[in-house]
Design a protein around this ligand. Structure first.
Ligand code: B16
Ligand code: MG
Length: 225
């Protein structure tokens, strides 16, 4: 597992903000299955490459990407109905989530941050984030949870991370964001925060530190120490 740490630019870091999908747990596989089921039903080609483009992208914006290959167009009402249908499929799948679905190294990292007295928040583009963290058994670890239902602009807009910082009562420059999506890294930097990339496919740019997967994340990497 390779990783690299650049010179810290926002020390001291005293607060940590986590993305959910791809950082805390791998819900991307469930999003894939739900989108695939919908895409098959409406005759739209869908594959892992398209699914990768949906990381960190909210539900309706994701649908628009899925429909890029559609032979027909859909009205705003039809798009809403399709997004809700996909969400029903997704919600069926996330019923199976348990604490065993935390990504490698994440329980240890959260524990270590708690021992260091670092308040933590969750900031996810998923409106299902509160349900997912309840199923993972980690709701109690976060002082604040901001999901897409609480904001108006999605990543790469910094709104979601600034809202999380506000709930933590934290200055943005004392916050670190852990993200697996380029839009999330960009949003963190636009919020004036330290950004740590979970760089599963080695394609993320602009982060202050980077880990190839969650197993390589450390407290020092997050805090820039
Ligand atoms: P929902 P994150 C994002 O979660 C997912 O990466 C993205 O694929 C999904 O479309 C989005 O949540 C919306 O999810 O349909 O459940 O509201 O990475 O921001 O935690
Ligand atoms: Mg993510």
């Amino acid at each position: 597992m390779s990783s690299c740490v650049k010179t810290p630019v926002h020390s001291p870091i005293r607060y940590a903000i986590f993305d959910l999908d791809g950082v805390i747990t791998d819900t991307a596989k469930f999003h894939y299955l739900a989108w695939k089921r919908l895409a098959d039903e409406i005759g739209v080609p869908f594959d892992e490459d398209v699914n990768e483009r949906l990381r960190g992208v909210d539900r309706l914006a994701s649908l628009r990407i899925v429909l890029e290959r559609s032979p027909r167009t859909y009205s705003a009402e039809e798009q809403q109905a399709l997004a809700e249908r996909k969400n029903g499929y997704y919600r069926e799948l996330i019923q199976t989530i348990t604490p065993a679905d935390l990504l490698p190294g994440i329980p240890e990292l959260l524990q270590a941050l708690r021992e260091r007295g670092i308040p933590m928040a969750l900031a996810s583009a998923s409106k299902n984030a509160p349900d997912v963290i309840t199923r993972l058994g980690i709701s109690g670890w976060f002082s604040a949870v901001v999901d897409a239902a609480k904001i108006t602009r999605g990543k790469p807009d910094p709104e979601i991370f600034l809202a999380a910082a506000k709930l933590l009562d934290a200055p943005p420059q004392q916050c670190v964001v852990v993200e697996d999506a380029q839009a999330g890294i960009d949003a963190a930097k636009r919020a004036g925060m330290r950004a740590v990339a979970v760089n599963w496919r080695g394609r993320l740019e602009g982060a202050d530190a980077s880990s190839q997967g969650t197993q390589g994340l450390t407290v020092d990497m997050l805090l820039g120490t």
